[in-house]
Design a protein around this ligand. Structure first.
Ligand code: GLV
Ligand code: MN
Ligand code: MN
Length: 475
């Protein structure tokens, strides 16, 4: 039954991704909708208009930037709450700034399906990352309301717009979904943003509570929840390469974020001889290049170590390492810096392999720092294990995606939706601590994301909304 073709995408960015096109069984092929039942007005036209509208809600001039509980975030959350009301949902905002909209369906006390994504963004973001999942879920509920089917739902359905998935403001990620999943520790209230404001300060300034009691209230009771579903842009090139609008996520890579601080001896750029410097900038450059070499050829390094013998393959599935943020003090062209800090973002499908790479990086880091007489510290800011999506939920989502693709193409598409791993992090990672999770990916142009160039075809926005509508109707 589950025969599979293994495809390797050929473009350079796609070459690290393997896609398993699996055959799922168990859901009827028979559902055929007339064009008027496809709700193009709600699922495509209005959804696309809302994506553009939210894309304009920004704290910055000239680019999209909407981080956790910023003024733009608050405006966006009010807008999303209104759209949830418009879709027939009962709404509220919780103590971590997450926006919720719920409909009870036929049985208010049955386990609820949670469906969501995030409305915070990276800096200089596109319009779709996170927002697409929230807007397509609201659109699907609204289409069901128009169909007069909202109160027929077998179980409660709750749409959640999470407040922080990107982790830009506090470098922590998943503040919103971790709180709902009950895995956010009280010590998280003490983390601070670049301005020095703690999470507690920021919550209080937004009239939100920051107490152990509020964390207990935020946490959902696992016995009240049936599962969590998330729609998200793929953020990679595979679906476009395969020519399919939607894909099913089989799992999400684990990730670690580190903050490396390199302290040196600040001094005059014109007077200190090269041999007498303790330059944290040059040391950071060596560390960053070493990280790149390690992640390109991990086996070369890890095989040397007894404890890493099990990881003797030439590559580690999905291993990627990035330094995306660097700060220099004091930052002037005629000053040898006193201190450099930089971020490390490291991901892999295999948690043990990810730990081994971090261990190797730290070992080499201290050696390099000793040799250069600079003082280095490494702080772990975030760590999340890889997540496997629930097979039955994934199979159900595959049926919903395939049906939507077929309906929109007028019966043309018959093949199974591709099944893939996610290298990007998602709220589903945190939600997997609460309940079973499933995800759908939506094709995006050129695989580009975390960029204003991010783009999803209007027909694919429609496919996403229709797939969720199909899924909700078949619960
Ligand atoms: C979220 O977008 C992440 O994977 O960093
Ligand atoms: Mn996202
Ligand atoms: Mn993102």
């Amino acid at each position: 039954m589950a025969a599979a073709h293994l495809l390797r995408a050929s473009s350079s960015r796609a070459s690290v991704l393997f896609v398993i096109v699996a055959v799922f069984a168990g859901f009827s092929e028979g559902r055929e909708a007339g064009r008027d039942e496809l709700f193009a007005e709600t699922l495509r036209d209005e959804a696309v208009a809302r994506l553009y509208e939210l894309g304009k809600v920004t704290d910055a001039d000239g680019h999209l930037e909407r981080t956790f509980l910023s003024p733009a975030f608050t405006r966006a959350s009010k807008q999303v709450l209104d759209w949830m009301k418009d879709a027939g949902l009962k709404t509220w905002v919780d103590q971590m700034g997450n926006v919720h909209g719920r409909v009870d369906g036929r049985n208010a006390s049955a386990e609820a399906l949670l469906i969501g994504s995030h409305i915070d963004t990276v800096i200089d973001a596109g319009f779709y990352d996170g927002t697409l999942g929230v807007i397509s879920a609201i659109a699907a509920v609204k289409a069901l309301m128009k169909k007069g089917r909202l109160n027929d739902l077998k179980r409660p359905v709750e749409v959640i717009a999470f407040s922080d998935e990107e982790g830009v403001r506090f470098q922590s990620t998943f503040l919103g979904s971790s709180a709902v999943a009950g895995i956010l520790p009280a010590k998280a209230f003490e983390i601070s943003d670049k301005s020095g404001a703690t999470l507690r300060d920021v919550l209080k300034a937004n009239s939100l509570e920051a107490t152990e009691e509020s964390l207990i209230q935020l946490k959902y009771d696992p016995s009240s929840v049936w599962g969590y579903v998330e729609v998200h842009i793929e953020q990679g090139p595979v679906l476009e390469f395969l020519g399919y609008p939607l894909g099913v996520v089989k799992g999400i890579a684990g990730q670690t974020r580190l903050k490396v601080t390199v302290g040196g001896s600040q001094g005059h750029a014109g007077t200190i001889p090269m041999a007498m410097r303790q330059d944290p900038m040059a040391a950071s450059a060596e560390l960053i290049l070493f990280l790149e070499t390690l992640c390109k050829s991990p086996a070369k390094f890890l095989n040397r170590r007894e404890q890493c013998r099990s990881l003797s393959g030439d590559s580690i599935d999905g291993l990627v390492c990035t330094v995306g943020d660097i700060s220099i003090w004091p930052g002037a062209s005629n000053v040898i810096p006193g201190q450099v800090t930089f971020s490390v973002d490291l991901r892999a499908i295999d948690d043990e392999a990810r730990e081994a790479v971090i261990f190797e990086f730290s070992e080499q880091l201290y050696e390099i720092c000793d040799r250069r007489s600079v003082l280095c510290t490494v702080e772990q800011k975030h760590s999340a294990g890889a997540v496997r999506c629930d097979p039955a939920l994934s199979s159900h989502l595959e049926w919903a995606a395939r049906t939507a693709a077929r309906e929109i193409s007028g019966g043309f598409t018959q093949t199974q939706a591709p099944v893939m791993m996610s290298g990007a992090g998602h709220d589903a990672m945190a939600m997997s601590h609460l309940t079973k999770v499933g995800m759908l990916f939506v094709r995006c142009r050129g695989g580009v994301s975390h960029s204003p160039e991010e783009y999803v075809l209007e027909e694919d926005v429609w496919a996403a909304g229709l797939a969720i509508m199909n899924f909700l109707e078949s619960l």
